[in-house]
Design a protein around this ligand. Sequence first.
Ligand SMILES: O=C(O)[C@H](O)[C@@H](O)[C@H](O)[C@H](O)COP(=O)(O)O
Length: 266
Amino acid sequence: MTEASSPAKYYQVGTATVEVHPNRYAAGAAAAQAASKALIELAKAHNSIGVIFATGASQFEILNELTRLTDIPWDQIHGFHMDEYVNLPADHPASFRRYLRERLTGKVRMKEFSEIDGNSPDPEQTSQNYAAKLRLADPQVCFLGIGENGHLAFNDPPVADFTDPLDAKIVVLDALCRQQQMAEGWFPNVEQVPARAITLTIPTLLRVPKLIVSVPGIRKAMIVRRALEEAISTECPATILRTRPDTTIYLDLESASELDDVLLSR
Ligand SMILES: O=C(O)[C@H](O)[C@@H](O)[C@H](O)[C@H](O)COP(=O)(O)O
């Protein structure tokens, strides 16, 4: 059997399900299919379904697939995103608003999409208003990636707070996080990576009943190992995903390549 046609493998890690697919396209397609199925079901019971979208390279294949599927009830979906740089113009190549306009909201007709205006004169107020709007929408589905440092949204280790009382907040991005954003190709040099961002907090993300986590690629192999095998702690915020019930982590063979044989033999 060729790698491309080999079937996915499924593992249970804590309460989360881990799916290992032969490549990033298969992983993205599986995640999009799972999301589509859930959204169609939710649309039967809710007029408006809140959905939080992640950005970054890990979401390319999912968004590509989601925007091609014809049965997603976009006209019932109120979309949100999980973070945005402070003081980065919306048309900057690394802006998450630009990313989502190009890959999502410019391609489908959603009921509503709420952007985080990282350029507002009062980012603190913007963050609070966004949190309030999100609470009202009571999101049912959240797409996530995991940073190379283990962060969820911009909740970096070790300051990420699993019991954060805030729903959204302004964070200072540390040197490693800014270096990784640059290395992923979004900025020409680290000096241009903004020092602050507005982010949803970890409790806000974990409150969403269905979490669809996509982590393909060899750059993520070490952090996937830590997220699935290390003790649950803010040293690697993504470890907390193992405590969530309806959570599926979509990997490809590259990002799963450092996983312990013990896990993979289950
Ligand atoms: O909005 C986002 O997407 C988040 O800022 C961030 O947590 C991201 O998911 C990871 O940094 C992974 O990034 P990649 O998708 O580029 O691997």
